[in-house]
Ligand binder design. Structure first.
Ligand code: PMP
Length: 382
């Protein structure tokens, strides 16, 4: 199987699974238990992992809260902030091409009486500062804009959007979903003034079922208050109750450590593979059109349209040898709302594919895939 769907999930790095293994076997202590060594070992492992996640983001360790996934982090921030600060305003701003875990949480909040503005994006999928400026109001409490899009790979200028928001509207909280960019794009929260950030391990060669949320500390070191999603035993300082998933947290920590140490080489490897992929595609499909931003994009994510080629038919006919996608794995059976928002018509959306590369792919595999794609599309055209 040649796996070309890393935006859905990445293969796990063997170093990550190796680091996790002891915590699935002999080191099974509960980090919230007290005094005995087995519990202390678990706690130490959790705190080491927190340190790795914090250094990947250039933030402080106690600004990281572990969650079960990015979907949970997004729900936690959107619901938690709006519920806690509901007396300060009822208006939320997001974009039309956010992940479903943001859009559906917003829909839920609308049903509770909040008002949500879904910002248009430009032809490349970027939120323009002018659009945000026109939309922020006195009763806005939260802006949530993704760092990089999972379908078309387009990056937003989060530094610019967050800086504007915090400088001109300091009472408005800024959240970003960075799930798709970590390990591929530099994320330095000492320079980018977001209040909240969501991430997930399984998009950066880590395990599924573990994520984290960055919550910026306020002046005087006070932590930002937010209503928890899960109430219970007050783990994670009460922000997120539930026994910590130590093996998964260790896996996330290892993935974050590798992501930080190898950011440059990982990026350039993905860019090199991507440029080979794109030039091969252009040779094989002269009428191909690429979607998303040409350079402000996540390395390794390639979204393209081949006129006349039905994406689902091709993907199904290649399914035993290749894993590729029509778009998000989280919007099953719906035409892509992301491609719709960047101006593609229904037919173009049906003719579109998403390839997302990972570090274990090589050029021969890419060539083999493109040859098969070419053959299959010719067969289906007959
Ligand atoms: N946000 C984005 C941008 C994503 O791509 C995804 C995963 N497709 C998520 C959030 C949800 O991540 P998780 O699977 O960890 O819930």
């Amino acid at each position: 199987m040649i796996y070309l769907d890393s935006s859905a999930t990445t293969p796990i790095d063997p170093e990550v699974s190796k680091a996790m293994w002891p915590y699935l076997t002999e080191e099974y202590g509960n980090p919230s238990s007290k005094y005995y060594t087995l519990a202390e070992n678990a706690k130490k492992a959790v705190e080491e992992a927190r340190e790795h996640v914090a250094s990947l983001l250039s933030c402080q360790q106690n600004e990281i809260i572990f969650t079960s996934c990015a979907t949970e982090s997004n729900n936690f921030v959107l619901k938690g902030v709006t519920h806690y600060y509901k007396n300060q305003g009822k208006h939320i701003i997001t974009s039309k091409i956010e992940h479903k875990s943001v859009l559906e949480a917003c829909k839920f909040l609308e049903s509770e009486g909040f008002e949500v503005t879904y910002l248009d994006v430009d032809q490349y999928g970027q939120v323009q500062l002018e659009t945000l400026k026109k939309t922020i109001r006195d009763d806005t409490i939260l802006v949530s804009i993704m760092w990089g899009n999972n379908e078309i790979g387009t990056l937003n200028n989060i530094e610019q959007l967050a800086r504007y928001t915090k400088e001109h509207h300091p009472h408005v909280f800024f959240h970003t979903d960075a799930t798709q960019v970590l390990g591929k794009v530099e994320v330095d929260l000492s320079k980018v003034p977001v209040d909240f950030l969501s991430l997930s391990a399984h998009k950066m060669y880590g395990p599924k079922g573990i994520g984290a949320c960055f919550i910026r500390k306020r002046e005087l070191g006070l932590r930002t208050k937010i209503t928890p999603l899960l109430h219970g035993g007050s783990q994670e300082d009460g922000y997120r109750s539930g026994t910590l998933s130590v093996h998964n947290i260790v896996g996330l920590g290892k993935a974050a450590q590798i992501a930080r140490a190898t950011l440059k080489e990982h990026r350039s490897r993905l860019l090199e593979l991507e440029s080979h992929f794109v030039s091969m595609l252009k040779k094989s499909f002269p009428n191909i059109k690429f979607n998303g931003h040409p350079d402000q994009k996540i390395p390794g994510v390639i979204n393209f349209t081949i006129p006349g080629i039905h994406n689902e038919l091709v993907i199904r006919s290649l399914k035993d040898k290749f894993a590729i996608s029509t778009g998000s794995a989280c919007s099953i059976n719906e035409p892509s709302y992301v491609l719709d928002a960047v101006g593609l018509n229904e037919m173009q959306i049906k003719n579109s594919f998403r390839i997302s590369l990972h570090k274990y792919i090589n050029k021969n595999e890419i060539e083999y895939f493109i040859e098969n794609l070419r053959r299959e599309t010719e067969r289906l055209l007959i």
